[in-house]
Design a protein around this ligand. Structure first.
Ligand SMILES: C=C1C[C@]23C[C@H]1CC[C@H]2[C@@]12CCC[C@@](C)(C(=O)O1)[C@H]2[C@@H]3C(=O)O
Ligand SMILES: O=C(O)CCC(=O)C(=O)O
Ligand SMILES: [Fe+2]
Length: 348
């Protein structure tokens, strides 16, 4: 059985880890073209629904059931936010504190837990850094299941709090993600029991740190991308920074709502829904304030067959993708990035 880490062995990447936290000036390599930076500030969060998982109400005028709200959100944006999701504020604060603790370590300490060139977990720049000619003003830490292996290197005598907190968060996210997937399947008119896949779902936790930036309008925190998941549950704390690209090409800010999660539609959901729900293109921008975010990237068991649901294929909706599994998708994606889905297009 391949593991999530194996998918990346074929395309090793070597990213640099400069000490941006201690820079008061932004080096040339971090300056991105200006047009990258214009989000519709006056449009902050307009229409991106906030769904109350317990009561089904929303920020939108037209309140409806959770399922209807979800469907409308994914058809229009590929993203929504959730509140009353059952994850305690206390756990979120503990996770934020551990994230802060990790990223405030000196660089030469963090480097000890550096992601290996052919690996997935550990400290470093987001893997997509190799597809852009500028550097991103951010650093990250990725774990799959227990972060013990890396935490021992970061804090040889004091890794327990970190591991316990991340384990707890991982479990909470696992439950939440599968609940969300049930709702998504229901919103597509699909039966839950057809999608048990016989095996454990795979997931990764990506912690991102965007240090305070002296020239936030000229830099990029995390360059535009989609997630290669079914869905991603993102906690962005209280500092705004996430933006989504709408179907008309306009960037829109996803407001930071205390204790809410952002739920992104990923590439595999686009396949499963036969293009009904498109994965959302998103990015994170910098600010004067330091920012942390925690993305739980959730997908199927690695070798489970994922294909467009037969119920969503008909004369008006031709079959768009051929069957694939997450492992082969990640391999193609590691090499071809935003063109990966094209390789799985169904050719008649
Ligand atoms: C299971 C996953 C999903 C990964 C790769 C692997 C672990 C880390 C994930 C991210 C997290 C940051 C954005 C992204 C684009 C990246 O560079 O690393 C993600 C990528 C993907 O969604 O493809
Ligand atoms: O920091 C953010 O808001 C976005 C992070 C993200 O897109 C990711 O980790 O995949
Ligand atoms: Fe993302």
């Amino acid at each position: 059985m391949p593991s999530l880490s194996d998918a990346f062995k074929s395309v090793p990447v070597q990213c640099k880890e400069p000490d941006i936290s201690s820079m008061d000036e932004v080096p040339e390599l971090y300056l991105w073209p200006q047009e990258n930076q214009q989000a519709l500030e006056e449009n902050i969060g307009v229409n991106i629904p906030v769904i109350d998982l317990q009561h089904g109400v929303t920020s939108r005028a037209s309140a409806g059931s959770v399922i209807e709200l979800l469907r409308a959100a994914y058809e229009e944006f590929g993203v929504f936010q959730i509140v009353n999701h059952g994850v305690s504020q206390q756990l979120l604060e503990r996770v934020e504190n551990q994230g802060r603790r990790l990223f405030s370590l000196p660089l030469d300490q963090k480097i000890k837990a550096r992601r290996s060139p052919d690996g997935v977990t550990g400290y470093g720049m987001a893997r997509i850094c190799t597809f852009f000619d500028r550097l991103m003003w951010s650093e990250g830490f990725t774990s799959i299941g227990s972060p013990l292996e890396h935490a021992e290197k970061l804090w040889p005598d004091d890794y327990q709090d970190f591991c316990e907190t991340i384990d707890e968060y991982d479990h909470a996210m696992k439950d939440l993600a599968s609940k969300l997937m049930s709702l998504i399947l229901e919103s597509l008119g699909l039966r839950q029991r057809d999608y048990s896949w016989g095996g454990d779902n795979c997931a990764a936790l990506q912690m991102n740190h965007y240090p305070s930036c002296p020239r936030p309008a000229q830099t990029m925190g995390m360059a535009e991308h989609t997630d290669s998941t079914f869905l991603t549950v993102l906690y962005q704390g209280s500092v705004q920074g996430l933006q989504i690209k709408r179907s008309d090409g306009m960037w829109t800010v996803v407001p930071a709502i205390p204790n809410a999660f952002v739920v992104n539609a990923g590439d595999l959901l686009q396949v499963l829904s036969n293009g009904r729900y498109k994965s959302v293109v998103h990015r994170a921008v910098n600010s004067i304030k330091p920012r942390l975010s925690f993305a739980y990237l959730w997908g199927p068991p690695l070798t489970a067959v994922i294909e467009p649901a037969p119920q969503l294929v008909d004369s008006k909706h031709p079959l768009l993708y051929r069957a694939l599994n997450w492992n082969e998708y990640l391999v193609v994606r590691a090499k071809h990035f935003d063109r990966a889905l094209e390789f799985f297009r169904n050719v008649q």
